[in-house]
Design a protein around this ligand. Structure first.
Ligand code: B12
Length: 463
């Protein structure tokens, strides 16, 4: 699933505005990334190289992919051709900075507010000055990991929408049904036991000005990017902010199709969905994870099965397409709770909507899930070893049994999918074909049609 590299483009834009000469090499569609790097470095001589590393892994227990292993040959390719310092940035660094810095052995990483901090680092390197006291960075000094607190000055409205056309081949993304990311705030106040969002964005909200968000959306649309996805950790919290964003979007009346994959059922009501419809939303995702109270408690979701059922009723009253996202195997999961969640999905989700099931939860260091897993004796890996994906499945539920239940449910419900459905080699082809056939994002709206089509030609994923 191609995702536009917003972080890399923000870093490039900030450096450019600070007066540096900037080139972006987007490796997303390169068949041989190390070779692409070598060929670029033979043409351009660089003083400093920034690497944007978004994902550590694919969060998929059944077919885990470990992307940091792919990063090392890229760093080697750079080192073969230049001595330029390498600076890392991206969500993966905020999740596991020490482990990735040690694995790659590069100069430093930017962990927050790249638009401010990246130009400051560039200035320090340009003047051959020490950079160790800059806010929001991490580095290894004499074998010791150092991390400076961020000096957050609030949400930066200025860099909300980088000039994508200047930095990357936007057409390649559009033709694969990618949506343009737009962030309206930083911060997450939920306490979910497995989640990294507070580690990445902090737990204090930093809100943007809704009118600036609307203006940014208008700029995206006028540059040909009509499919816009809100990438806030949770779109509808704080509720008033989400409402203000929708109202500002509705006022400017632009031909955009908005989506957000991350709505919390606690703050999902008719007024919000009505405001989202007026704003031009084409689809929403509700991340309930489970419909069972004991699992919701174990995941520390902060809501109960009553809220999950109420959210389903609200969604059924509106016309917005919705995808329901579930995560099975969390603390407190048993055979009964799995059945309860699947029963909810099979009876409460409309035929035209979709459901996604993940099985097993990626354990990240520093989360409450890590503590729970260690207490239960199911996590032998040390913190450093946790860079390579490790997953949690409740000791009270058998992973293979859960997989079979999900498989059976998928066979009964053509609008359901699991990580296995996405892990097929022709997934990218589906996107390109979908675009040519006139499908528009979010693609999950067509889950039933796509699965039926694939089944008809005998190519459906073997769930
Ligand atoms: C929205 C979102 C999605 C959306 C994206 C929609 C879209 N159109 O962009 C969807 C649902 C599609 C998605 C998919 C996936 N996601 Co996601 N997603 C997020 C989320 C919530 C926000 C990402 C975002 O855009 N943030 C806003 C931008 C501005 O922030 P940023 O990219 O981090 O960039 C900032 C800094 O990192 C820095 N920076 C970035 N690059 C660089 C480079 C340099 C040199 C410098 C100096 C700085 C710098 O500058 C930016 C501004 O400060 C994050 C969690 C989070 N709160 O960050 C997870 C997250 C990024 N996703 C994650 C994962 C794993 C995935 C998937 C692999 C899941 C899956 N199984 O499919 C896929 C991968 C898709 C892909 N091709 O990469 C992980 C990645 C880390 C990890 N654990 O491996 C995160 C962190 C969540 C988590 N579980 O911890 N995701």
């Amino acid at each position: 699933m191609p995702v536009m590299p917003i972080g890399a483009c923000i870093a490039a834009e900030a450096a450019d505005r600070a007066g540096h000469k900037v080139r972006v090499l987007d490796l997303m569609f390169e068949a041989d990334p190390p070779r692409a790097i070598e060929s670029a470095l033979r043409k351009v001589s660089c003083d400093i190289i920034g690497l944007s590393v978004r994902n550590i892994d694919n969060n998929n227990m059944r077919e885990p992919a470990f992307y940091i292993a792919d990063l090392l040959p890229l760093v080697d390719a750079i080192r073969r051709l230049t001595d330029a310092p390498i600076i890392l940035g991206g969500a993966s660094l905020t999740v596991m900075p020490e482990e990735i810095l040690r694995a790659t052995d590069v100069s430093c990483a930017v962990l927050s507010d790249a638009d401010v901090v990246f130009p400051l680092i560039l200035e320090k390197f340009s003047n051959s000055e020490a950079f160790g006291n800059l806010p929001g960075i991490a580095y290894i000094e004499n074998g010791v990991f150092r991390r400076n607190p961020s000096a957050s000055a609030g949400f930066s409205d200025e860099f909300m929408v980088p000039r994508y056309h200047r930095w990357i081949d936007v057409g390649s993304y559009i033709s694969r049904l990618a949506s343009a990311p737009l962030q309206t705030k930083l911060g997450c106040q939920f306490q979910c036991s497995y989640c990294t969002y507070r580690k990445i964005e902090g737990s204090v909200y930093r809100l943007s000005d809704p009118q600036h968000v609307a203006n940014a959306a208008a700029r995206l649309v006028s540059s040909g990017l009509r499919d816009i996805e809100f990438v806030d950790s949770v779109f509808n919290a704080p509720y008033e902010h989400a409402m203000a964003i929708c109202e500002a979007l509705a006022r400017i009346r632009i031909p955009a199709r908005f989506q957000s994959m991350d709505l919390n059922p606690l703050f999902l009501d008719d007024a919000l969905l009505s405001a989202m419809e007026h704003a031009g939303f084409a689809g929403i995702g509700v991340t309930v994870e489970s419909a069972s109270d004991s699992v919701l408690r174990g995941l520390r979701k902060g809501f109960t099965s009553r809220h999950v059922h109420a959210a389903a009723e609200t969604v059924r009253r509106r016309r917005l397409p919705c995808i329901w996202i579930f995560m099975l195997g969390g603390p407190g999961e048993t055979e009964d709770t799995v059945k309860e969640t699947l029963r909810f999905a099979e009876t409460q989700i409309r035929q035209q909507d979709a459901a996604f099931f993940a099985i097993g939860i990626r354990i990240y260091p520093g989360t409450e899930l890590e503590t729970i897993a260690r207490k239960q004796g199911v996590l032998p890996a040390s913190t450093a070893e946790m860079l390579t994906p490790v997953f949690y499945v409740s000791p009270d539920a058998d992973g293979v049994w859960i997989e079979q239940q999900v498989k059976d449910s998928l066979n009964r419900n053509m609008n359901f999918m699991s990580a296995v459905s996405l892990d097929v080699p022709y997934f990218s082809l589906i996107h390109r074909l979908g675009y040519r056939l006139g499908f528009r994002t979010p693609l999950w709206r067509y889950t039933r049609a796509i699965r039926k089509g694939l089944r008809f030609i005998g190519m459906e994923a073997n769930h």
